[in-house]
Structures are given as structure tokens and as C-alpha cells.
Design a protein around this ligand. Structure first.
Ligand SMILES: Nc1ncnc2c1ncn2[C@@H]1O[C@H](COP(=O)(O)OP(=O)(O)OP(=O)(O)O)[C@@H](O)[C@H]1O
Length: 334
């Protein structure tokens, strides 16, 4: 991410905002002035309240804020944008609004709350990822990390989501799905049900195993969860880069699924000849086997004017921009 942290003294006449990105692994808070310049950044533990509970989520958010404002004691906060994983339904938004209201009463925070009611924005993690990633209010964010989801907005304020159903019946094109396909291909090859693949040796090497049967112990008996399995997906990427046909097909399939999700969202929001941006977010896009190029080329056959970009800013920045927009300090282009 390219956002620099400003080192000059803070200006007390400024309307400052907090941008908060609360995820399943960490919470990021940025302090931004009304021009969008970042003056402080703090990181704390997870804040997905659906999985860790409201109290623990509130604690992580408070810690992230305290770290972000460490060098700005007494700063007056006029707005706060919060994007949290798991905040999809209106009922979730209400719960998080309550959580944010609890922060104002937090005397331990070295902040002067000067909040205007319109300056409080509570939304979901994809919305802030889209605004941060594009720096604007419209476009499509296609997330492919441990899981996957596509989310978009157009200039009429309409939004659409595809995917995001989790590892049991969704997450197509994600690190988890790529890893599972790689494991299956190695098992099939080992049995003689499928062609030979470099994945067999790369799994054995990476996991320091002497035979493929030992995978049973690793995958089922060591308490491996979705994250640990998904972390094997770079092995498939590297095997594909080395020319392995099976691994290449797995990446082709993943790219195809990510195109399908993006296209489904884009068709609901834009016309085929309209120019719009698609921002690619998440670890899978680090593919050395050009998954990103395959994705872009395929998408362009349907949307010739589409621009596929890497994120311009992190999601927490998008949360701060949304708060600034609500305060009338910033107009987000669409
Ligand atoms: N070169 C690669 N090819 C394929 N998958 C990769 C590659 N590099 C990383 N990944 C996968 O990306 C996933 C991690 O993505 P990311 O860093 O976006 O984390 P996340 O857990 O999805 O999100 P967050 O940490 O933001 O909550 C892992 O499953 C990892 O295996």
C-alpha cells in the first residue's frame, strides 16, 4: 500500500476522522485529516464480532484507535468510518453502531469526540475495500485471499455482491479452493486415477513428508483449519509456473470463477461498454503464474473498457474516506 504516514504536528482546527477496518485476523485504524492525509496508524487483534463476540471486537477497535492517535493526544474526531467483516444485514449494522457509540463513552481514549451524527458510517468490509482500493465510490472489488467474494457499486448507489458463501459451499477461486484442488490432484495422481503432477513432490517437500499417505495425518489429525490448508495454494501457483499442466488447469479454473463472480456483479451495475474499475484484493493475486493477467484478459473480452487495478489504498483508508464524504469534506468520484 502506498499511503504514507505524515510526520508533522497535527492541526487542531482540522476535522479529523478515524477509518477502521475490522477483519477476522486484525483491526486497522487510520487517523486522517480532511484532505485525506494519514497522520497515524494503529493495528490490533481481530474484530469480527460474529466470531469473537462484541466485547472482544470493541476491545480490538479501542486498542487500534489508541495506537493510531498515540502521537496526537487530544485530537478532535469529527467522523468515524467502520467497515467490519460479517456486517452484512441491517441488524448487524445496528449492533456495530451500538458498539461505536460505546467508544464515545470510552474515557481511556486520548481523544476529544466532536462527532457529528452524519460523520458516523458503519458498513461491511467489502464496501471499504472497494472505496479504499479504487479511491472512488464505484467499481467492483474482487477479493481472493483465504476466501473469495465480489462486491460492486455504481454511480446510482446501487450495489451487488456475488460469492462470499464461505469455504463449505463457496469461496470459488480462493486460496482455499486452489489448495484443495491441488491436494485432490496429488491424491488422484498417487492412486493412478489421474495424470502425474509436480504437486505430489512439492507437497511432500514443503510438508517434509516421506510419502503421500502422511498427508492424512497432517490434514485431518493436526487440527488444520481453512487458513492452514489455504496456505498451500502458492505450491499450486509455483507448480503452474514450472509448466505443470494439472496446476495450470487449477489456476485457469480459479481465474474463470473469479471472472464469473466479477462479471455477475458488473452486469448488474454497468453496461458492457461502460468504463469502470475492478480492484483485485487478496493474496491469490500475488500469483507468479499470471493469474491476474488471465483474469484481466478474460474480463476484457466482455467489458472492453474495464480497468483492472491493484488497490490504491488499504481498506481502512476507504472507511476514512466514507466518513469524510458524509461530513461533506470530500466528494468521492463515481
Ligand atoms: N502466489 C500465490 N498463489 C496463490 N495463492 C496465494 C499466493 N500467495 C498467497 N496466496 C494465498 O492467499 C491467501 C492469503 O490471502 P490474504 O493475505 O488476502 O489473507 P486473508 O486471510 O484472506 O485476508 P486478511 O488477512 O486481510 O483477513 C492464502 O490462502 C495464501 O495461500
Amino acid at each position: 500500500m502506498s499511503d504514507g504516514v505524515r510526520d508533522s504536528e497535527f492541526n487542531d482546527s482540522t476535522d479529523w476522522v478515524l477509518g477502521i477496518d475490522g477483519g477476522g485476523t486484525k483491526t486497522v485504524c487510520l487517523v486522517m485529516d480532511e484532505t485525506g492525509t494519514i497522520a497515524g496508524r494503529g493495528e490490533a487483534g481481530p474484530s469480527n464480532y460474529q466470531t469473537i463476540g462484541l466485547a472482544a471486537a470493541g476491545e480490538s477497535i479501542s486498542q487500534a484507535i489508541a495506537l493510531a492517535v498515540k502521537e496526537l493526544p487530544g485530537v478532535a474526531i469529527a467522523g468515524i468510518g467502520v467497515g467490519l467483516a460479517g456486517v452484512g444485514r441491517p441488524a448487524d449494522v445496528q449492533v456495530v453502531q451500538g458498539l461505536v457509540a460505546g467508544l464515545y463513552a470510552e474515557s481511556a481514549l486520548p481523544i476529544r469526540w466532536n462527532l457529528q451524527s452524519e460523520g458516523v458510517v458503519v458498513t461491511h468490509d467489502c464496501a471499504i475495500a472497494l472505496v479504499g482500493g479504487t479511491g472512488s465510490a464505484s467499481g467492483v472489488a474482487i477479493v481472493a485471499g483465504t476466501g473469495s467474494i465480489a462486491y460492486g457499486c455504481n454511480s446510482q448507489g446501487e450495489s451487488k455482491r456475488a460469492g462470499g458463501w464461505g469455504y463449505r459451499f463457496g469461496d470459488e477461486g480462493s486460496g482455499y479452493q486452489i489448495a484443495i484442488a491441488g491436494l485432490k490432484a496429488a491424491a488422484r495422481s498417487h492412486d493412478g486415477r489421474g495424470p502425474k503432477t509436480l504437486l505430489t513432490d512439492s507437497l511432500l517437500d514443503y510438508l517434509n513428508l516421506s510419502q503421500l499417505e502422511d498427508l492424512i495425518e497432517v490434514i485431518y489429525r493436526r487440527g488444520w483449519g481453512v487458513t492452514e490448508i489455504a496456505a498451500l495454494s502458492p505450491l499450486v501457483d509455483r507448480a503452474a509456473a514450472a509448466g505443470d499442466a494439472i496446476a495450470l488447469q487449477i489456476l485457469e479454473d480459479a481465474a474463470g470463477e473469479l471472472v464469473l463472480m466479477t462479471q455477475t456483479v458488473a452486469l448488474a451495475l454497468f453496461t458492457r461498454d461502460q468504463a469502470f474499475e475492478v480492484v483485485t484484493i487478496g493474496g491469490v493475486w500475488r500469483s507468479v503464474c499470471h493469474l491476474g493477467d488471465r483474469f484481466r484478459d478474460s474480463l476484457r473480452t466482455q467489458f472492453p473498457a474495464v480497468q483492472v487495478i491493484s488497490p490504491r489504498h488499504e481498506p481502512a483508508y476507504g472507511a476514512g474516506l466514507l466518513a469524510l464524504e458524509r461530513l461533506g469534506k470530500r466528494v468521492l468520484s463515481s
